[in-house]
Design a protein around this ligand. Structure first.
Ligand SMILES: *Cc1c(COP(=O)(O)O)cnc(C)c1O
Length: 428
């Protein structure tokens, strides 16, 4: 390979960030199951603690297995650096801890993963951080919610569970006008289907638990710094632009330039809040990522066939999959995720709430559980599970009304997936 060649996505998914282990030659990145790392000498220790040199200190803050995972995801998203943490929710908490001060606001799409709605609307209130909800299908609603206290905009690229594709460029224009970063949760799309940075995202977050890990065995999260936001151009983000008391007055935004956000998330957020990812989970997720392009394409191809089949079923009122030509989000899906509209979508049962409960009890190949992005096909009735804490109106607005069933289509033979739905629907 010539020096200038930029590796393709498949190559990066397998190689980015990884080298044979320097001391043993191990080809696969080992599980560095250690809490701490021996310093070369007192000067080395001092330089590490002063952030004058990069290296390992303690596994709450960094770990070599985790470091490869971070470089891998940063490469796949086209970012400058990344930080892996214990869960998708931990990633979100750290992002906002870095951006917000007490009394500050952010604008978030109301079409979000149910857990994110709870985190933003309830848990964050205790920190005096305030969410204003907007409609992910209407960029103007974000503009209308901006105030002088706004510090960020948060959307999902493909929204969970409604099968909605967000017009990232339109919302990024609002963020740029307001001078705040755009945070995109890219969990459902993964960088294989869409790279939010290309459409103006400044920060990308993922639940690694889902398609990136991909095998339903590990919870994890990641924050990607796109390197696009100028933190020193404003005094709104003092974690980045003001001298930092716990690092001898260092200004992180100045010292670390286009990867300062990832550094601040690590050396302040992760250091002080503590949700570190375990080396074992980092290892399993890293292995999952190696086959991301293959898996994601099969997930999408299977999902499209299942959605088509469901659309013709007599007990099905509607199917909301942006990969179907008649769908309202089809044009946005073609623009932002042309390889496929993901593998998570919803459909409505003519029989309503009771039929939804009955269906999840009748499936055999599908697993009835609260997750997405497994090799296995998964089913859930959001109104009676993930979205049950929300009121009726909020549920409807989040695309989780009483008749809604959510599927995450796995990698089994598509004929077997369809046969299972067929027998279960017959029994409803
Ligand atoms: C699951 C999920 C999260 C939360 O991630 P955890 O790893 O469960 O903490 C956030 N956003 C989306 C879109 C998700 O699907």
């Amino acid at each position: 390979m010539s020096e200038e060649r930029t590796p393709g996505f498949n190559t990066l998914a397998i190689h980015a960030g990884a080298q044979p282990d320097a001391s043993t030659g191990a080809r696969v990145t080992p599980i560095y199951q250690t809490t701490s790392y021996v310093f070369d000498d007192a000067d080395h220790a001092a330089a590490l603690f002063n952030l004058e040199t990069f290296g390992n200190i303690y596994s709450r803050i960094m770990n070599p297995t985790q470091a490869v995972l971070e470089e891998r995801v940063a490469a796949l998203e086209g970012g400058t650096a990344a930080l892996a943490v214990a869960s998708g929710h931990a990633a979100q908490a750290i992002v906002f801890h870095t951006l917000m001060e007490p009394g500050a606001e952010f604008v978030a799409a109301r079409q979000l993963y149910g857990g994110s709605m709870n985190q933003f609307g309830e848990a964050f209130k205790k920190f005096d951080w305030h969410v204003k909800w907007a409609d992910t299908t209407d960029a103007e609603s974000f503009r209308a919610a901006i105030t002088p206290k706004t510090r960020a905009i948060f959307v999902e690229s493909i929204a969970n569970p409604g099968g909605i594709v967000t017009d990232l460029e339109a919302i990024s224009a609002v963020a740029k006008e307001a001078g705040v970063p755009l945070i995109v949760d890219n969990t459902l799309a993964t960088p294989y289907l869409t790279q939010p940075k290309e459409y103006g995202a400044d920060i990308v977050v993922h639940s690694l638990t889902k398609f990136l890990g991909g095998h339903g065995n590990s919870v994890g999260g990641v924050i990607v710094d796109c390197g696009t936001f100028d933190w020193m151009a404003t005094d709104r983000y003092p974690s980045l632009s003001a001298p930092c008391a716990s690092y001898h007055g260092m200004t992180l935004g100045e010292t670390f330039g286009n990867f300062a956000f990832a550094i601040a998330c690590r050396v302040l957020g992760l250091r002080d809040l503590g949700p570190a990812i375990s080396p074992m989970n980092a290892f399993l997720i890293l292995n999952g990522i190696e086959t991301l392009p293959l898996r994601m394409q099969r997930h999408c191809d299977n999902a499209k066939q299942v959605a088509e089949w469901l659309s013709g079923h007599e007990k099905v009122a509607w199917v909301n999959y942006a990969g179907l030509p008649g769908n309202g989000f089809h044009a946005l899906a073609q623009r932002y995720a042309p390889k496929g509209a993901g593998a998570v979508f919803t459909f409505g049962l003519k029989g309503g709430y009771e039929a939804g409960i009955a269906l999840v009890g009748k499936v055999e190949l599908f697993s009835h559980l609260a997750n997405i992005g497994d090799t296995r096909s998964l089913i859930i009735h959001p109104a009676s599970t993930t979205h049950r804490q929300l009121g009726d109106e909020a549920r409807e607005r989040a695309g989780a009304g009483a008749d809604v069933v959510r599927l995450s289509i796995g990698l089994e033979d598509v004929d077997d997936i369809i046969a299972d739905l067929d027998q279960a629907l017959a029994a409803v």
